[in-house]
Write a protein that binds this ligand. Structure first.
Ligand code: NAG
Ligand code: NAG
Ligand code: NAG
Ligand code: NAG
Ligand code: NAG
Ligand code: NAG
Length: 840
């Protein structure tokens, strides 16, 4: 049967080949026209079978059979192929909606022609599988140090060849790279294995090629740096950095081991999960713990721990003021807390240094001890003083220190002591006069405050019209209205008492009287119009001082003291009477005055005033001149070129001073003696009586001058007051240094003008000598009027000097004066207006 079919086919084929026209032979045709059709699975396929006969209407039973010779029906529901008849003409279409591998095989189309002739055609359906990526993700993450297979599982039929390319270079299998049907195995992955890999599948028989790019990123498991134990301070902000490496960068977690809290979710803590920073706000005592830092990424996880110690600033939680009776032992305790456990010391606030531990070197009574309780972090410091005395009273500072900080607190030791009148013991008696009430004041020192009672003649004083007690301690005043009754002028007893003891103090109330007589009066100084006395007053009553000395005086002729002139001096003032008339005779008498009144006038003196005469010698004032200076004394002028002379107005001896005369000469020291030059002297300068100063100008630097000052009145001139003054040195350099730009620019102009003039003169002289031409020549032969101009020019320049020599007023002494000031560092010079310090 089969061989007949084959032969038939062969015959048909041969026939078809040999005869171009074989159309009249009935047959079936399958489209597409091919004996084998190759198609990738999953695709759809339609095979159309059509009769090629003269009369298609004679075709019946047109059908398709599968490779197992089963008729394929028209059921479209299943995934198996189905048949659809053509409507316009005879024909059947075999449709594969989705070709599968098991549908491959021979499919036959058969039919009957004119009810008798069986005709058929066969087509072979061959399936192939296209290249498909079964398992080949486009991003893959091997882990460093481990073996990793870059997955690239390919399916295809016929079987493909898979090649690997990285960075355009083919990967050849080696120790590290092994290709297999699942992918590329990389052994012991390194970071350098990062990159873009291409997995290429080739089906040789079909020429199909597909490529897949796979991005390979090597992941590195996290690694953490070790953390060192750290110390943080209570109340402050602290941070701990946990750092490590890993690829991709790991995320960090912080765990407090003590409580196993994840700190990311805890209020006071702030965890930066990307950087590993842990921030602790307002550190608390309980934060003392071991903390764990965990870093995680896709490649793995790492963790490390750190011990965090919370340090606590010292706090003094107890330092109580204490009160202790004198001569007992006292202890003041200071309790402090902190971590590390603090050291406690003490300092008396009035002293600079703290006490040392143990007994003090300077004062063995004071002992400092301290005891620690490290478990609680507490320290007790004890300052004990055996036999406290009053000097121990005061504020003490407790100092608690640890490595973090120091704390201070003050406490008071109050030393109680019995009343004492130490400070008021030597007070004077209380004086009273003119029926004034006596005010007796009693102040008792003590701690606690004393109460005071008063006693007179052993009997406690009660308030009465004559006696009034104001306050009863620690100060009490007893007001005694004595009214001159003798019995009240006596000693009163003040008794102060507190719980430690009592003390008694006597205060005497005394009747006060006016001062006694002046003891002695001597004449100290006498001029024509003044007299100065030395006075020895009367003895002073204890606690009742003298207030003044009073002098009454009148001319000898007058006898009634009521109208006498008088003067009151405060005690120890210079006792001088002024404005007396020369050659007049006066009677003086004296009395002393105290708070009670003026004593008896006495110590009468009769004095005849001298006649009018020349003034007394003025007194030159020099800051560093002593009254008892030796003759060799030389005052220093701070200035190089001037000196300010000052003096006191002397007594005019009856005739008003009308002027002062000043003269100064250069003075040389020869064989240790001063020699005053008579040649190098100024003229006598007159200064008006209205002034008591005069400025000497145009002095030479570093030169000693003797200055004489005399006062003048109508009668004549006083004896000279003398002083030697040495001027400062260094004026010349000072001027050229400090006049600065003004002088130097003037000098430059001067030099230039001078140089031009010189050249002109040289040229002129040359002209004169050579051919008697030029200005000189002209001058020589000109009239005398030209000559007169020269002296004129000269006189103008000398004029200031001349005027000065003739004048008694030294105002024009210098025309271009320069004042020099010495400020301790530099000498400053500046031009001074003429006559600025004129005396007139
Ligand atoms: C208190 O004691 C100190 C030390 O012994 C001593 O120097 C001081 O004089 C004493 N003061 C009094 C008031 O006793
Ligand atoms: C201790 O004494 C000081 C000074 O006398 C005082 O300022 C402070 O208030 C006192 N402290 C107590 C707790 O009494
Ligand atoms: C007594 O003297 C004291 C001061 O010593 C004073 O404070 C007081 O006011 C006086 N009393 C009378 C009544 O004068
Ligand atoms: C003790 O006396 C003083 C002075 O009068 C006073 O300031 C102080 O308050 C008194 N102290 C007591 C505890 O009464
Ligand atoms: C001093 O003189 C004045 C009048 O010049 C007179 O009122 C006064 O009482 C006199 N004083 C004495 C203490 O003489
Ligand atoms: C001047 O006299 C006083 C006492 O009057 C003396 O203390 C002082 O040392 C004397 N000065 C000179 C420089 O002699």
């Amino acid at each position: 049967m089969r061989s007949t079919t084959f032969l038939l086919c062969l015959a048909t084929l041969t026939f078809a080949t040999l005869t171009a026209k074989a159309d009249d032979q009935p047959k079936l045709e399958i489209l597409p026209k091919s004996s084998v059709i190759t198609k990738a699975i999953g695709l759809s396929l339609a095979l159309t079978c059509k009769p090629n006969v003269q009369n298609p209407s004679l075709i019946t039973q047109l059908e398709w059979r599968d490779p197992k010779n089963r008729k394929i029906d028209t059921n479209t529901d299943s995934s198996s192929p189905y048949v659809q008849q053509l409507t316009s003409e005879p024909g059947a279409v075999l449709i594969f909606t989705k070709l599968t591998e098991d549908q491959a095989g021979d499919y036959t189309c058969s039919a009957k022609y004119a009810n008798t002739e069986a005709i058929e055609a066969t087509i072979k359906v061959d399936t192939i599988i296209d290249i498909t990526w079964v398992d080949a993700p486009e991003s893959q993450f091997p882990v460093l140090g481990k073996d990793y297979r870059i997955r690239c599982e390919v399916q295809a039929k016929p079987a493909p060849i898979v090649e690997w390319v990285r960075n355009k270079v083919a990967i050849i299998s080696s120790d590290r790279y092994v290709t297999d049907n699942k992918g590329l195995l990389i052994k012991n992955v390194r970071e350098s294995d990062d990159g873009l890999y291409t997995c290429r599948a080739v089906v040789v028989s079909t020429g199909n090629v597909k490529e897949r790019n796979i991005k390979v990123e090597v992941q590195v498991p996290p690694q953490l740096n070790e953390l060192k134990e750290i110390s943080i301070i209570e109340g402050e902000q602290a941070s701990v950095q946990c750092s490590g490496s890993g690829k991709p960068p790991p995320e960090y977690t912080w765990i407090k081991e003590k409580t196993r809290e994840n700190l990311a979710t805890t209020d006071r803590f702030d965890v930066k999960k990307n950087t590993g920073l842990l921030i602790i706000n307002k550190v608390e005592y309980n934060d003392n713990s071991v903390y764990k830092c965990i870093a995680e990424n896709q490649a793995g996880r790492a963790e490390t721990t750190v011990k965090i110690n919370v340090l606590i600033k010292p706090k003094i939680f107890e330092f109580i003021n204490i009160t202790s009776p004198i001569d007992t032992e006292t202890k003041i305790i200071c309790k402090a807390f902190g971590r590390p456990t603090p050291r406690v010391s003490f300092r008396k606030l009035s002293l600079k240094d703290a006490y040392t531990i143990g007994p003090q070197k300077e004062d063995k009574r004071i002992v400092v001890e301290q005891s620690n309780d490290p478990a609680k972090g507490e320290t007790y410091g004890i300052l004990s003083i055996s036999r406290v005395n009053r000097t121990d009273d005061g504020l003490y500072e407790c100092i608690a220190e640890n490595e973090v900080d120091a704390a201070y607190k003050n406490g008071h030791i109050t030393v109680e002591f019995p009343p004492t009148f130490e400070k008021t013991k030597h007070y004077p008696p209380v004086w009273t006069w003119d029926n004034r009430p006596g005010n007796l004041s009693c102040i008792a020192e003590s701690i606690p405050n004393a109460t005071i009672i008063w006693r007179l003649g052993g009997v406690e004083i009660q308030n009465s019209p004559n006696m009034k007690i104001i306050n009863n301690g620690p100060q009490s005043n007893l007001i005694v209205s004595a009214y001159s009754e003798k019995k009240f002028f006596t000693k009163y007893e003040c008794i102060a008492k507190n719980r430690l003891g009592d003390a008694t103090h006597f205060i005497e109330l005394k009747q006060a009287v006016v001062p006694g007589n002046i003891q002695q009066v001597t004449r100290a100084d006498l001029t024509a119009t003044t007299v100065k006395f030395n006075i020895v007053g009367p003895p002073v009553l204890h606690g009742l001082p003298l207030r003044a000395i009073i002098v009454q005086y009148q001319t000898e002729r007058e006898r009634i003291w009521d109208t006498a002139m008088n003067r009151t001096w405060s005690i120890d003032a210079p006792y001088i009477v002024e404005n007396l008339v020369p050659q007049e005779t006066y009677t003086f008498r004296f009395a002393a005055k105290n708070d009670v009144g003026i004593g008896h006038f006495g110590a009468q003196e009769l004095i005849t005033m001298p006649r009018r005469s020349v003034p007394a010698e003025p007194k030159i004032l020099v800051s560093n001149l002593h009254e008892n200076s030796t003759r060799d004394f030389v005052a220093n002028s701070p200035y190089a070129d001037h000196f300010e002379l000052r003096w006191n107005v002397p007594s005019d001896n009856g005739d008003p001073i009308d002027s002062y005369l000043i003269k100064y000469c250069v003075s040389h020291r020869v064989n240790g003696e001063w020699r005053d030059s008579t040649a190098e002297c100024s003229t006598e300068i007159t200064q008006s009586f209205e002034y008591t100063h005069y400025e000497l100008n145009q002095l030479s630097a570093d030169t000693t001058y003797k200055i004489e000052l005399r006062a003048h009145n109508a009668i004549g001139t006083s004896s000279p007051a003398e002083i030697r003054v040495k001027t400062a040195r260094g004026l010349d350099t000072a001027i050229s240094n400090h006049e600065g730009p003004a002088i130097s620019s003037a000098m430059i102009i001067g030099i230039v003008v001078g140089a031009v003039l010189l050249i002109l003169i040289v040229v002129d002289i040359t002209c004169f000598c050579v051919n008697r031409a030029g200005i000189i020549a002209m001058l020589c032969y000109r009239s005398k009027s030209v000559d007169e101009e020269d002296p004129k020019l000269g006189s103008e320049e000398k004029e200031p000097l001349n005027t000065n020599q003739n004048s008694t007023q030294p105002i024009n002494y210098e025309k271009r004066n320069i004042s020099v000031e010495f400020d301790g560092k530099q000498v400053h010079t500046k031009p001074v207006e003429i006559g600025r310090h004129s005396a007139v």
